[in-house]
Design a protein around this ligand. Sequence first.
Ligand code: ADP
Ligand code: MG
Length: 161
Amino acid sequence: MKRELPDEAATVALGRQLAPLLMPGMVVWLDGDLGAGKTTLVRALLRALGYAGPVKSPTYTLVEVYVVSSIYWYHFDFYRFSDPEEFADAGLDEYFRDDAVCLVEWPEKAAGFVPPADLALHLRFPAHDACAGRIVELLARSERGLKCLTALANPACQGED
Ligand code: ADP
Ligand code: MG
Protein backbone atom coordinates (compact mmCIF):
# COMPACT_ATOMS: atom_id res chain seq x y z
CA MET A 1 0.00 0.00 0.00
CA LYS A 2 1.37 3.35 -1.04
CA ARG A 3 0.34 6.81 0.05
CA GLU A 4 1.38 10.34 -0.71
CA LEU A 5 2.10 12.52 2.28
CA PRO A 6 2.06 16.02 0.80
CA ASP A 7 2.94 17.77 4.06
CA GLU A 8 3.82 17.13 7.68
CA ALA A 9 0.14 17.13 8.62
CA ALA A 10 -0.33 14.10 6.37
CA THR A 11 2.46 12.23 8.16
CA VAL A 12 0.87 13.14 11.49
CA ALA A 13 -2.53 11.95 10.24
CA LEU A 14 -1.04 8.58 9.25
CA GLY A 15 0.50 8.19 12.70
CA ARG A 16 -2.87 8.92 14.25
CA GLN A 17 -4.63 6.37 12.08
CA LEU A 18 -2.05 3.72 12.79
CA ALA A 19 -2.01 4.23 16.58
CA PRO A 20 -5.22 2.35 17.50
CA LEU A 21 -4.42 -0.50 15.12
CA LEU A 22 -1.16 -1.60 16.72
CA MET A 23 -1.43 -4.42 19.23
CA PRO A 24 1.01 -5.57 21.95
CA GLY A 25 3.67 -7.83 20.54
CA MET A 26 3.86 -6.02 17.23
CA VAL A 27 7.04 -4.77 15.61
CA VAL A 28 7.02 -1.88 13.16
CA TRP A 29 10.04 -1.04 11.05
CA LEU A 30 10.41 2.50 9.74
CA ASP A 31 13.02 3.10 7.15
CA GLY A 32 13.91 6.07 5.03
CA ASP A 33 16.62 8.71 4.83
CA LEU A 34 17.33 11.26 7.51
CA GLY A 35 14.45 13.72 7.61
CA ALA A 36 12.02 11.38 5.87
CA GLY A 37 9.57 11.67 8.77
CA LYS A 38 10.09 8.50 10.80
CA THR A 39 10.27 10.26 14.16
CA THR A 40 7.44 12.62 13.18
CA LEU A 41 5.23 9.59 12.57
CA VAL A 42 6.12 7.92 15.87
CA ARG A 43 5.53 11.18 17.74
CA ALA A 44 2.08 11.57 16.18
CA LEU A 45 1.27 7.97 17.01
CA LEU A 46 2.16 8.37 20.69
CA ARG A 47 0.30 11.67 20.89
CA ALA A 48 -2.79 10.04 19.44
CA LEU A 49 -2.62 7.45 22.21
CA GLY A 50 -2.71 10.25 24.75
CA TYR A 51 0.97 10.65 25.57
CA ALA A 52 1.45 14.34 26.23
CA GLY A 53 5.15 14.52 27.11
CA PRO A 54 8.09 15.08 24.79
CA VAL A 55 8.85 12.47 22.13
CA LYS A 56 12.54 12.82 21.31
CA SER A 57 14.47 11.02 18.67
CA PRO A 58 16.28 8.04 20.24
CA THR A 59 19.31 8.57 18.01
CA TYR A 60 21.64 8.89 20.99
CA THR A 61 19.79 6.87 23.61
CA LEU A 62 19.01 3.93 21.23
CA VAL A 63 15.63 3.48 22.85
CA GLU A 64 12.97 5.68 24.42
CA VAL A 65 10.33 4.06 26.60
CA TYR A 66 6.68 5.07 26.86
CA VAL A 67 3.91 3.44 28.84
CA VAL A 68 0.55 4.31 27.37
CA SER A 69 -2.78 2.49 27.68
CA SER A 70 -1.03 -0.11 29.89
CA ILE A 71 1.23 -1.05 26.99
CA TYR A 72 4.96 -0.53 26.68
CA TRP A 73 5.93 1.38 23.57
CA TYR A 74 9.62 1.18 22.69
CA HIS A 75 10.96 3.60 20.12
CA PHE A 76 14.36 2.57 18.74
CA ASP A 77 16.81 4.27 16.43
CA PHE A 78 19.81 2.25 15.25
CA TYR A 79 21.25 4.95 13.02
CA ARG A 80 24.48 5.11 14.98
CA PHE A 81 25.21 1.40 14.88
CA SER A 82 28.42 0.68 13.02
CA ASP A 83 27.82 -3.07 13.29
CA PRO A 84 24.47 -4.89 13.56
CA GLU A 85 25.93 -6.98 16.35
CA GLU A 86 25.65 -3.94 18.62
CA PHE A 87 21.97 -4.87 18.87
CA ALA A 88 22.86 -8.11 20.64
CA ASP A 89 25.68 -6.53 22.66
CA ALA A 90 23.25 -4.00 24.08
CA GLY A 91 20.80 -6.78 25.04
CA LEU A 92 17.99 -5.15 23.11
CA ASP A 93 16.24 -8.48 22.45
CA GLU A 94 14.66 -8.14 25.87
CA TYR A 95 12.49 -5.29 24.68
CA PHE A 96 10.73 -7.34 22.02
CA ARG A 97 8.03 -8.88 24.19
CA ASP A 98 4.35 -9.77 23.92
CA ASP A 99 3.32 -6.83 26.08
CA ALA A 100 5.23 -4.24 24.09
CA VAL A 101 4.98 -2.52 20.75
CA CYS A 102 8.37 -1.87 19.17
CA LEU A 103 8.79 0.98 16.69
CA VAL A 104 12.15 0.76 14.99
CA GLU A 105 13.96 3.44 12.99
CA TRP A 106 16.92 2.26 10.89
CA PRO A 107 16.18 -1.46 11.31
CA GLU A 108 18.64 -2.23 8.49
CA LYS A 109 21.49 -1.14 10.78
CA ALA A 110 20.63 -4.09 13.03
CA ALA A 111 19.98 -6.52 10.20
CA GLY A 112 20.08 -10.14 11.25
CA PHE A 113 19.50 -9.22 14.90
CA VAL A 114 16.40 -7.05 15.11
CA PRO A 115 13.24 -9.21 15.19
CA PRO A 116 11.19 -9.25 11.99
CA ALA A 117 8.51 -6.67 11.37
CA ASP A 118 4.76 -7.14 11.32
CA LEU A 119 4.59 -3.89 9.43
CA ALA A 120 7.33 -2.21 7.42
CA LEU A 121 6.99 1.46 6.51
CA HIS A 122 9.28 2.92 3.88
CA LEU A 123 9.30 6.71 3.86
CA ARG A 124 10.95 8.53 1.03
CA PHE A 125 11.32 11.86 -0.68
CA PRO A 126 9.57 12.22 -4.04
CA ALA A 127 11.82 11.78 -7.06
CA HIS A 128 11.29 15.29 -8.36
CA ASP A 129 12.56 18.16 -6.29
CA ALA A 130 9.67 20.19 -7.56
CA CYS A 131 7.14 18.34 -5.44
CA ALA A 132 7.27 18.66 -1.70
CA GLY A 133 6.21 16.09 0.82
CA ARG A 134 6.97 12.42 1.19
CA ILE A 135 5.80 9.09 -0.10
CA VAL A 136 5.17 6.15 2.19
CA GLU A 137 4.93 2.52 1.29
CA LEU A 138 3.39 0.22 3.89
CA LEU A 139 4.08 -3.49 3.74
CA ALA A 140 2.46 -6.18 5.86
CA ARG A 141 4.87 -8.90 6.88
CA SER A 142 2.53 -10.95 9.10
CA GLU A 143 -1.15 -11.73 9.57
CA ARG A 144 -1.37 -9.03 12.25
CA GLY A 145 0.32 -6.55 9.98
CA LEU A 146 -2.12 -7.37 7.22
CA LYS A 147 -5.05 -6.72 9.55
CA CYS A 148 -3.61 -3.27 10.28
CA LEU A 149 -3.25 -2.40 6.64
CA THR A 150 -6.72 -3.66 5.83
CA ALA A 151 -8.15 -1.46 8.59
CA LEU A 152 -6.06 1.46 7.41
CA ALA A 153 -7.35 1.08 3.88
CA ASN A 154 -10.96 0.71 5.05
CA PRO A 155 -11.36 3.09 7.99
CA ALA A 156 -15.09 2.33 8.17
CA CYS A 157 -14.29 -1.27 9.20
CA GLN A 158 -12.10 -0.26 12.12
CA GLY A 159 -13.03 -1.94 15.34
CA GLU A 160 -14.58 -4.95 13.63
CA ASP A 161 -12.85 -8.26 13.80
P1 ADP B 1 13.51 11.12 10.50
O1 ADP B 1 13.14 10.59 11.85
O2 ADP B 1 13.02 10.23 9.38
O3 ADP B 1 14.97 11.43 10.36
P2 ADP B 1 12.07 13.49 11.32
O4 ADP B 1 10.69 13.04 11.59
O5 ADP B 1 12.96 13.72 12.46
O6 ADP B 1 12.73 12.47 10.26
O7 ADP B 1 12.07 14.83 10.46
C1 ADP B 1 11.27 14.95 9.36
C2 ADP B 1 11.17 16.40 8.99
O8 ADP B 1 10.37 16.50 7.83
C3 ADP B 1 10.50 17.24 10.05
O9 ADP B 1 11.03 18.52 10.00
C4 ADP B 1 9.04 17.25 9.63
O10 ADP B 1 8.39 18.44 9.96
C5 ADP B 1 9.15 17.13 8.14
N1 ADP B 1 8.08 16.31 7.55
C6 ADP B 1 7.54 15.18 8.05
N2 ADP B 1 6.62 14.67 7.20
C7 ADP B 1 6.60 15.50 6.13
C8 ADP B 1 5.85 15.50 4.90
N3 ADP B 1 4.97 14.53 4.63
N4 ADP B 1 6.09 16.49 4.04
C9 ADP B 1 7.00 17.45 4.31
N5 ADP B 1 7.73 17.52 5.45
C10 ADP B 1 7.52 16.54 6.35
MG1 MG C 1 14.34 9.91 13.40
